[in-house]
Design a binder for this molecule. Structure first.
Ligand code: PLP
Length: 468
């Protein structure tokens, strides 16, 4: 075995060979050298394991095409496009919401050219970056004022730090939630320097629990939207309106972390009632925060709206400077919010809304189209079908809501279905789907029609590679 190691061609010989390859042209030489080094480490590994056992397997011609494939694979950008066939619309692992074309164009424009990011064109003087979206946020939600920060976690931190640092915030025990990615209300509270005053029991909290907890140290009453789970059965939460009335009587601000925070009313589409941001503010809640990239369908951002006296204090907090959003986010957010001025336009153009509200017949027709695409050139490799199934909203929104859909199923003739799923993670544009009842399932809800040929090519390439 040890003599085999000596037969591995040198890095320089590989470099000389691969540098002739047009398809690898443009790769910086240091990167190419590193990747060849990694490839040769793999060869050494294979000698040790016995996978390479003959001198003839170690010649330059024998290894070159594998080396080329390895370099091509490993030199791809790390951050890549994928095809979301999971049917989970707001998929945190896959980038949550995708943007409307209008938002993408606004981002491109804002990045390619200089802009009036912090310039008031009326006066030629320094302006505020928040001015681009504040008026829109107010007219859409009915709020007096608003601002935007990096994400909703930052928004919650900033509100607590501004309005309750060193003092108590009263929260129902049933609302001390953890959101995926380790955002926990008690921990954020601690970081902000506010003191958590839990009230009620896990399943039930009454208005009198809040009343009894209010004292000299109380700074704020807080409600957290338990977006990602539901308590069913013997259960009670205090309404936003009742909490707002109590806050007003005692001279305390009331803050609600709405999580997803939709501006769009989904109830006509058969969804369980979820309050919109407008409705919550109308109840009298003073400050509301929510995400930009969950149900809103915009860029990652944390939006804070509410009464001017509180928003003004939040804007002046130094922490704000550390949590501020960049111009790409602002451009995307303004373009997304503008679509909401006409809710039906938003429903059609904001992909998150369009996917969530897609109708059953439409999904069935699209599933059939995807099946036809997949069935082409698939003879002998797999059986393709359509079956009823369910999609999910995701992002902790509408956690119990099953959205009826039609799934396209791929049952490989010879290949293990789990190997197919894995193989699809390694294609040029990876396809993310799930395995159910021994079949690979693709949900057309979260795929664009233009993506169907890409899905078909990827599935076919994995099946063909396995058959070879
Ligand atoms: C998602 C969520 C957050 C965190 O929002 P990000 O925009 O992901 O930072 C905070 N609170 C609630 C209730 C949420 O659902």
């Amino acid at each position: 075995m040890s003599s085999l190691f000596r037969h591995i061609p040198s890095v320089d010989r590989f470099l000389h060979e691969l540098e002739q390859d047009q398809s690898l042209a443009g790769l910086p030489r240091p990167l190419l050298k590193d990747l060849v080094g990694e490839f040769l480490d793999l060869c050494r590994e294979e000698i040790r394991s016995g996978a390479i056992a003959a001198e003839s397997d170690l010649t330059l011609p024998a290894l070159c095409s594998r080396a080329r494939a390895y370099v091509r694979f490993a030199s791809r950008p790390h951050f890549r496009r994928v095809l979301n066939a999971t049917g989970v619309v707001i998929h945190t692992n896959l980038g949550r919401s995708i943007l409307a074309d209008e938002a993408v164009q606004a981002v491109t424009l804002g990045c390619r050219h200089y802009s009036n990011l912090e310039l008031a064109l009326e006066t030629g003087q320094r302006g505020s970056r928040y001015s681009h979206v504040e008026k829109l946020l107010c007219s859409l939600t009915g709020a007096e004022a608003g601002l935007v920060v990096n994400n909703n976690a930052a928004a919650v931190l900033l509100v607590l730090d501004t309005l309750a640092k060193g003092r108590e915030v009263v929260v129902s025990r049933g609302q001390l939630v953890e959101i995926g990615g380790s955002f926990r209300i008690p921990e954020v509270m601690r970081k902000s320097g506010a003191v958590l005053r839990e009230v009620g029991a896990t399943n039930r909290t009454h208005l009198r629990d809040y009343e009894e907890a209010i004292g000299d140290e109380t700074a704020m009453l807080m409600k957290v939207h338990t977006s990602n789970y539901r308590i069913i059965g013997f259960h009670k939460e205090v309404d936003a309106a009742d909490l707002a009335t109590l806050g007003r009587e005692r001279g305390l601000p009331v803050f609600e972390d709405l999580g997803s925070g939709n501006l769009f009313d989904f109830s006509p589409y058969g969804f369980m009632p979820e309050p919109t941001v407008q409705q919550v503010l109308k109840c009298g809640v003073d400050v509301v925060s929510f995400s930009g990239d969950k149900l809103l369908g915009g860029p990652q951002a944390g939006i804070i709206v509410g009464r001017k006296e509180y928003i003004d204090r939040i804007k002046k907090n130094q922490l704000n400077r550390a949590l501020r959003i960049d111009k790409m986010t602002l451009a995307a957010l303004e373009a997304t919010l503008r679509l909401y001025l006409d809710p039906e336009l938003a429903r059609r153009k904001v992909p998150t809304l369009a996917m969530i509200t897609a109708g059953r017949e439409e999904l069935l027709a699209r599933a059939r189209r995807l099946r036809r695409r997949l069935s082409k050139d698939m003879a002998g490799l797999a059986t393709v079908g359509v079956k009823p199934g369910f999609s999910r909203v995701g992002g902790g929104s509408f956690p119990e809501q099953d959205l009826p859909t039609s799934l396209v199923t791929v049952a490989p003739a010879a290949m293990d279905v789990e190997a197919l799923r894995q193989g699809l993670l390694a294609t040029d544009i990876p396809v993310i789907g799930r395995v159910e009842d021994g079949r690979f399932c693709l949900d057309p809800r979260t795929l664009m029609d233009e993506e169907f040929p890409l899905v078909a090519a990827a599935v076919r390439s994995v099946l063909v590679a396995d058959a070879d």
